[in-house]
Write a protein that binds this ligand. Sequence first.
Ligand code: ATP
Ligand code: MG
Length: 308
Amino acid sequence: MRDRPARTTDKRAERIAEFIAPLRVEPGSRVRLAEDFDPAYRAGVKNKKAGEELLRAGVAQLAEYQRRLAADATSGVLLCLQALDAGGKDGTIRHVMSGVNPQGVRVAGFKVPSTEELSHDYLWRYACRLPRRGEIGIFNRSHYEEVLVVRVHPEHLTRQGLPDGATGKKVWQRRYRQINDWERYLTENGFHVVKVFLNLSKEEQRVRFLKRIDVPERNWKFSAADVRERGFWDSYQDAFDEVLSATSTPWAPWYVVPADRKWFARICAAAVLTHTLIGIDPRYPEVDDKSRAALAGARKRLEREAPR
Ligand code: ATP
Ligand code: MG
């Protein structure tokens, strides 16, 4: 076997790691969103225009890593995206994945569970939609809904038909453990999990809802239910504080991405994903001597077939 080539992207990799370090939730730390993470933070990037070049570079790098991930086909990546309504999940997915081959990406969205889904254990439907080896999977909402919306609205838990021993006060702590264990299991089997929370301010959410009302092309995005859900803002913040504190692990860390500026959130999400891929460092498979001889044979044959 030939030696692996040195990583050519060391400098860029370092810059990306530095860029996202302030967004990472240190495993074991106690998070208070209101104090620890500013939704308007932008790491000194001046404006949208300056950000666009960064995003373009990030997307190009992501595309290259995705090609390698697909060729290597030993690892998969799962990006879990969580946000409150109007947090910008859809736009983030659209922009971040704009340069990658659609065949290598699998996006799954999760809504209120169906009767079929409710008749299984709560992680079942998420397991069904995991990426394959070589793929980048994106969960638009994820298994974290099971400790967020389900916690804020306990009637969802009632509908899950759990046995007596599986409910009660300790249910959330137990679910954090189960989720951590599941993500560890995935990681140990080649599926790298990374989690992004798009951290929107309450005021920016209000402004985005108003825009959905005022701009006709956005009316379809507006939902009165979203405005009702906004009434539970503080409960969601508390639930996120707990989730981020309990489930940011060395194997599946959380990143809190400032989401008040859409363009900045997209750069961050691309950076988090690229950082994960750099960590995996997928390679194009090496061609061994036997395959190289076969390639040479095929070349000769094709050359003989050239029109005279
Ligand atoms: P968009 O509004 O951009 O289409 P969305 O993800 O908000 O995207 P909706 O159909 O508006 O999609 O909302 C889905 C709803 O389903 C959310 O309110 C979410 O909290 C809820 N949901 C997701 N998972 C669960 C779950 N396990 N139990 C109960 N509700 C859930
Ligand atoms: Mg919605």
